[in-house]
Write a protein that binds this ligand. Structure first.
Ligand code: SF4
Ligand code: SF4
Length: 379
């Protein structure tokens, strides 16, 4: 019996629509793959419209427009209109670069209901350096004001790491000052560009503990005013997170080229084939594709997961992290202290107190990855 047959498969709740890998920023922890897709290979408007209809028919409730930077798509308003017409709740995840009052009014008119705006830091100098774009912070502040003025609920996304954790309290205060209803503080996830920059980004245990206390205090301070979600780094965990709520259980992701994935990093796993939206419907792919079935449920699990009481709580952790650390996506996530590979995290933790390397900035290039000085582009 395959995994899908052994597990009752529910419809997905949400679709992450990765419209593009293009982005005016160059964050060194970007979750996009190291090989960035060129604009000419992106799905066109009509195909995305069909995908939104298929998603709604499949039972998806929300679509998160993401990238790269979704605002670089000239047809974004049209795409929002298609998704809203299909009955999906539409959320825009954006850097804010490229948003102005006119564009936002069009998006709202088309059916946009929520905005998640990323901030790299509370300090504009460091924020611009991490983003790789001079003046980015100033543009983001204006974007936040526009979203609030339009009456849309605003979530601030803050990815935290070694360079900004000491200002976490200021980042929380900034979210309140900007009028956010929700703040998502997420430690860097170490795959893609985050893995390439791990030594420059992974905080020390001491920094992490301080950050956790800061979040707890802020939650008490801003009760009823700001909801704070907090995603801790797996590298200091004793048990892993249920990555994506379990492989192929809650979410699906469509990449800029149309590949349908259980999570945005799943393409890094070798030996798995993920069909594109041109090859099959979302429903066929969700219920009947080898890629989605491979790690669904518990049948695929090795020991110690197979006989563990948490196997239907964390679903064995993250497949992409298991592959990134061990070279085998079918092993227990090394973030789990019960994993025979847990020792691998010790070497990474040692990097967190070593000398800081330069960032490797994301780039559209086939050139080998090299550390480059943080040259700022003009804004
Ligand atoms: S993480 Fe930074 S570079 Fe990557 S898509 Fe988001 S804003 Fe752009
Ligand atoms: S052994 Fe597997 S199922 Fe058990 S806690 Fe660790 S990762 Fe989760």
């Amino acid at each position: 019996m395959n995994a899908a047959a052994a597990t009752r498969v529910e419809p997905p709740l949400a679709l992450l629509a990765e419209l593009t890998h293009r982005c005016p920023l160059r964050c060194p922890y970007c979750s996009n793959p190291l090989e960035l897709l060129r604009a000419s290979a992106e799905l066109d408007t009509g195909t995305w419209a069909r995908v939104f209809s298929e998603a709604a028919a499949l039972g998806v409730l929300q679509v998160h427009f993401s990238g790269g930077e979704p605002l670089v798509r000239r047809d974004l308003t049209e795409l929002v209109a298609h998704a809203a017409k299909a009955g999906l709740y539409v959320n825009l995840i954006t850097s804010g670069i490229g948003l102005d009052a006119g564009r936002l009014a069009q998006l709202v008119e088309a059916g946009l209901e929520h905005v998640q705006l990323s901030f790299q830091d509370s300090d504009p100098t460091v924020g611009d350096r991490v983003a790789g774009l001079a003046g980015a912070q100033q543009i983001k502040r204006k974007a936040a004001a526009l979203v609030c003025a339009a009456g849309l609920p605003l979530t601030i996304n803050a990815v935290v790491h070694r360079h900004n954790l000491e200002r976490l309290e200021n980042i929380i205060d900034l979210a309140v000052a900007l009028g956010a209803e929700r703040l998502e503080i997420a430690h860097v996830q170490y795959y893609g560009w985050g893995l390439a920059n791990r030594a420059a980004l992974l905080p020390s245990r001491e920094q992490l503990d301080k950050a956790t206390a800061t979040v707890e205090a802020a939650r008490a301070r801003f009760t009823g005013r700001l909801v704070i979600d907090y995603v801790v780094p797996d590298y200091y965990a004793r048990r892993p997170k249920a990555c994506m709520g379990g492989w192929g259980r809650r979410f699906l992701n469509v990449s800029p080229s149309g590949k349908v994935l259980p999570c945005h990093a799943a393409e890094t796993l070798p030996g798995l084939r993920f069909p594109t939206v041109a090859e099959a419907s979302l429903s066929e792919i969700w219920y009947h594709s080898e890629g989605f079935d491979r790690f669904r449920g518990t049948e695929w699990m090795p020991e110690p997961c197979r006989s563990c009481e948490r196997r239907e709580i964390d679903w064995g952790g993250c497949r992409c992290q298991a592959f990134a650390l061990t070279g085998d996506g079918a092993r227990t996530d090394p973030a789990c202290a019960l994993s025979p590979d847990h020792f691998l995290l010790a070497a990474a933790q040692a990097e967190a107190t070593a000398e800081l390397p330069e960032f490797i900035y994301r780039q559209h290039s086939n050139a080998p990855l090299t550390a480059r000085p943080p040259v700022l582009q003009s804004g």
